[in-house]
Ligand binder design. Structure first.
Ligand code: ADP
Ligand code: MG
Length: 700
C-alpha cells in the first residue's frame, strides 16, 4: 500500500488558495483575492459563487453542516451548526448554501457575555465572514471563521478588535515606510508564532480529582518526593503514549493547514510544548484556538487529558504561551530585522524604538492582556516572567542604543561619528542566554517574544494591545516626521529621544532576581500589577481609552464591557474554586482523615488492651497531630464558606475582585496548607485522591 505523505494531506481539510484557484472561475477568484489581500468589499454575486464552491467542496469531503465559527469573550470558540439540506419538490433534499449565508449569520447568542453592551431582549448578535482566514472542515461541519458583533456593530468577540488593530498597525507602518521612500509596499502585517505549553495526564487521574474536573487545576496536593528537581524531563525522550498522542495531533493539525513544527518535553514532569511555524496574527489566533481544542480532543482518544490551565500543580512549573511577534511588508521584508545598509538600519532602529516606546507607554495594557485568575498563579512565581514588564534587547544592541543616546562612537562601527545610529550594524546573533529567558519581552534577533501569556489565553488579547501600542508609537513618529524639514535630523533626534525617554523599560539582567522587582518599581517607576483585580480597572484609564479609541480598535463602550467581563470571569473562577475546595473538604477529605484517625485510635486501644508494656507512642502522636489538623481544617473550611457568603456585600464587579483577592484567596491558601500537611500524615490507603506523584507520573 502506498503511504500518504504529509505534503499530500497537508491542508486537505482547508478551503485554501489551492482549492479556490482550482474551483472558482478566474474572475471570481480574482475578486475574492482582492477582498482577502486588500480588504475590498465583496459583492453578492461573487459571494454566491464562492459559497457554492465551498459547499461543493465540503460536501465532497463528507460535510453535512456549516457553521459560523467565532470567538466570543469566553476565551474559547463557539459554533452553531446548520445543515446544508433544503427540501426539493420531489420530497427529497438538495444541499444548498448561499452567499448570504456565507457572509452573515445570526446565531442566537444571547448567553454569551456582552458586559452590558447588549440587553437580553435585543440579544441577537450577528457574525460576519472573515475572508482573511480560510474556511475548514471539522468533523462533518464546514467552519467559516467569522467576527461576532452586536446589532449596533459593537464587537462582542476577540477577532473584530484584532483585525482592527492589524489595520491600525498597517496604516501607521505604511506612513513610516513611505517616509523612507518605500512606495511599493501595499500592506504591513504582523505575524505570530505561539509556543504552546500543556500537561498530559491519564483520564483516570483526572476523573478522580474534582478540583481538576471543575477548575482545571489542583486545589490541594502535597509536594511529590520527586518533581522537576532533576531537570530530567526537559527535552527528554518522549514516552510512547505521549508520542502516539503527538503523532495523531500533528496529523489532525496538518490536515487543518496548521503548521505544527516542533514538540518536546518541558521542564515539569508530564509537561510538553508544541510550536507551529509563524503566520499572520489573525490566522495564528484562529489556529491556536483550534490547536488547543484539538489537543484536548486527541488526548481523550488516547485515554489522556490535556490540561491547559496556567498552574495545574502548585510547586511545579506552570504553562505559558510564548507569543513570537514580528511585522513585515507584503513583499516579505521583516521590519524588525537589521538590514545591510545604513538606511535600512535607520528604519530598523525606528521600528525598534517604536516597540520600546510602546512597551513602556503601555505596560499596563500588556499586563492586562494576559490577566486571568489562572495566570495570576504564574506571573511572579519563580518560573514565569514577573508581573513587571521589561524588555530584553541583549548586550550588543544595548551598546548600540547607548551609543546613539550619547552621540558616542559605537565600537563595532567603522566611522566614529554616527548619524542615524550606525552605518553598519553588527549582525545580531540570537541571544539565548538565561537572562533572555527570564525576560517578559525579549528581542530575539528579528522578532519579539512576549512571554507573559498564560497557556489557556487566546493570543488575540495580547496581540490587540501589542499591535495597537506599536501603531500608536508609529503614528506619533509619522506625524512628526511628515512635518519635519530635514528628515534625517528629525529621525536621528527622535530615535535618540525615544532611547532617552524609555530606556527604563530595557533590562538585560535576570528577571527572576529578587532585587530586580525593587529596582524596577522603586528605582525605575515601572508598574507591578500582581493580580487581575490590580490591573484590569486600568483598562479604562484615560490614556488607554484615548489611544485605543483614537486608533479605532475599540469604542469606549466596548472597553467598558470587556473590563467588566474579564473581572467577572476572574471573580467567578475563584468563587468556583473556593466552593470546590469546601466541597472536597467536607465530602472526601474530612471523612478520610477521620477514618484514618479512627483506625489509629482503634490500634491504640487494642494495643493498650493487649498489655501495658506494648508501645503505642507513635500512633498516639500521629493521632494527636491529625486530630489537631482536622480541627484546624474544619475551622478554616467554615471560614472559607463564610468568606464566600460575605462576598454578596462586596459591591460592584471591581470591589468584588478586590474582596476576592484580599479575603477569599488568603482563606484558600490557609486551608490548603493544612490539608496538604494532613495528606502527608494520612495513610495513602485512606487519602481520597491520587497524589501529585501519582498524577505527574501517570502517563507512561
Ligand atoms: P525558540 O524560541 O523555542 O528557541 P524559535 O525562535 O525558533 O524557537 O521559534 C519560536 C516560534 O517563533 C516559532 O513558532 C517560530 O515560527 C516563530 N518565529 C520565528 N520567526 C518569526 C518571525 N519573524 N515572526 C514571528 N514569529 C517567528
Ligand atoms: Mg521561545
Amino acid at each position: 500500500m502506498k503511504t500518504v505523505t504529509v505534503p499530500e494531506y497537508f491542508g486537505s481539510k482547508v478551503f485554501d488558495d489551492r482549492v479556490m484557484k482550482a474551483m472558482l472561475a478566474a474572475d471570481v477568484y480574482r475578486s475574492l483575492k482582492q477582498t482577502i489581500d486588500e480588504g475590498k468589499e465583496l459583492d453578492i454575486g461573487v459571494a454566491n459563487a464562492v459559497a457554492a464552491a465551498m459547499k461543493d467542496w465540503a460536501v465532497g469531503q463528507g460535510a453535512t453542516h456549516f457553521t459560523h465559527w467565532f470567538q466570543p469573550l469566553t476565551g474559547i470558540t463557539a459554533e452553531k451548526h446548520d445543515s446544508f439540506i433544503s427540501p426539493s419538490p420531489d420530497g427529497g433534499v438538495i444541499m444548498e448554501f448561499s452567499g448570504k449565508e456565507l457572509i452573515k449569520g445570526e446565531p442566537d447568542a444571547s448567553s454569551f457575555p456582552s458586559g452590558g453592551l447588549r440587553a437580553t431582549f435585543e440579544a441577537r448578535g450577528y457574525t460576519a465572514w472573515d475572508p482573511t482566514s480560510y474556511a475548514f472542515i471539522k468533523g462533518k461541519t464546514l467552519c467559516i471563521p467569522t467576527a461576532f458583533c452586536s446589532y449596533g456593530g459593537e464587537a462582542l468577540d476577540k477577532k473584530t478588535p484584532l483585525l482592527r488593530s492589524m489595520e491600525a498597525l498597517n496604516r501607521q507602518a505604511l506612513r513610516i515606510l513611505k517616509l523612507f521612500g518605500n512606495d511599493t509596499a501595499k500592506r504591513v502585517v504582523s505575524s505570530v508564532g505561539p509556543e504552546q505549553e500543556y500537561f498530559l495526564i491519564t483520564k483516570e487521574m483526572y476523573d478522580s480529582r474534582p478540583d481538576l474536573r471543575f477548575c482545571g487545576r489542583t486545589l490541594f496536593g502535597a509536594k511529590p518526593p520527586k518533581g522537576q528537581e532533576m531537570d530530567d524531563h526537559y527535552f527528554g525522550a518522549i514516552k510512547p503514549k505521549v508520542a502516539a498522542f503527538m503523532e495523531e495531533l500533528n496529523d489532525e493539525l496538518w490536515k487543518l493547514g496548521i503548521m505544527a513544527k516542533t514538540e518536546h518535553n518541558e521542564v515539569a514532569p508530564a509537561q510538553h510544548e508544541l510550536a507551529p511555524i509563524y503566520t499572520t496574527t489573525n490566522v495564528a489566533t484562529d489556529h491556536n484556538q483550534l490547536t488547543m481544542e484539538i489537543m484536548q480532543k486527541v488526548a481523550s482518544k488516547h485515554g489522556l487529558v490535556c490540561l491547559l490551565h496556567e498552574k495545574p500543580f502548585a510547586g511545579v512549573n506552570g504553562s505559558g504561551k510564548h507569543n513570537n511577534w514580528s511585522i513585515a511588508t507584503d513583499s516579505g521584508q521583516n521590519l524588525l530585522s537589521p538590514g545591510d545598509t545604513p538606511y535600512e538600519n535607520a528604519q530598523f532602529l525606528l521600528f525598534l524604538c517604536a516597540v520600546i516606546k510602546a512597551v513602556d507607554d503601555y505596560q499596563d495594557l500588556l499586563r492586562i492582556s494576559v490577566a486571568t485568575a489562572g495566570n495570576d498563579h504564574r506571573l511572579g512565581a519563580n518560573e514565569a516572567p514577573p508581573a513587571v514588564i521589561s524588555m530584553f534587547v541583549g548586550d550588543e544592541l544595548n551598546a548600540v542604543l547607548e551609543a546613539i543616546e550619547k552621540d558616542a562612537p559605537y565600537k563595532g562601527a567603522e566611522k566614529t561619528q554616527m548619524k542615524l545610529g550606525v552605518d553598519v550594524l553588527p549582525k545580531f546573533n540570537r541571544d539565548t542566554t538565561d537572562r533572555n529567558r527570564t525576560s517578559p519581552f525579549a528581542f530575539t534577533g528579528n522578532k519579539f517574544e512576549f512571554r507573559m501569556l498564560g497557556s489557556s489565553n487566546s493570543i488575540a488579547c495580547a496581540n490587540i494591545m501589542l499591535n495597537s501600542a506599536v501603531a500608536e508609537s508609529l503614528r506619533i513618529y509619522a506625524d512628526r516626521l511628515e512635518k519635519a524639514g530635514d528628515f534625517e535630523t528629525a529621525l536621528h533626534e527622535m530615535i535618540k529621544n525615544t532611547i532617552k525617554d524609555h530606556k527604563r523599560i530595557i533590562f538585560n539582567g535576570n528577571g527572576y532576581d529578587g532585587g530586580w522587582i525593587k529596582e524596577a518599581t522603586e528605582g525605575r517607576g515601572l508598574l507591578n500589577y500582581r493580580t487581575t483585580p490590580d490591573c484590569m480597572p486600568h483598562l479604562l484609564d484615560g490614556k488607554n481609552v484615548g489611544m485605543l479609541t483614537g486608533l479605532g480598535v475599540f469604542t469606549k463602550a466596548e472597553l467598558e464591557s470587556r473590563c467588566e467581563i474579564m473581572l467577572e470571569n476572574y471573580n467567578k473562577t475563584v468563587i468556583i474554586e473556593a466552593n470546590t475546595m469546601a466541597d472536597m473538604v467536607k465530602e472526601d477529605i474530612e471523612p478520610a482523615i477521620s477514618s484514618y484517625a479512627a483506625s489509629l485510635a482503634k490500634t491504640v486501644s487494642l494495643k493498650k488492651a493487649a498489655g501495658d508494656d506494648i508501645p503505642c507512642g507513635y500512633e498516639t502522636s500521629v493521632l494527636k497531630k491529625l486530630s489537631a489538623l482536622c480541627d484546624g481544617i474544619m475551622m478554616k473550611c467554615d471560614a472559607l464558606e463564610k468568606a464566600v457568603l460575605e462576598l454578596a456585600d462586596a459591591g460592584g464587579t471591581v470591589e468584588l475582585g478586590y474582596a476576592i483577592r484580599d479575603r477569599l484567596l488568603p482563606c484558600m491558601s490557609e486551608l490548603r496548607v493544612l490539608v496538604d500537611e494532613a495528606e502527608t500524615v494520612t495513610s495513602k490507603e485512606y487519602w481520597p485522591y491520587p497524589s501529585y506523584a501519582d498524577i505527574l507520573f501517570s502517563v507512561r
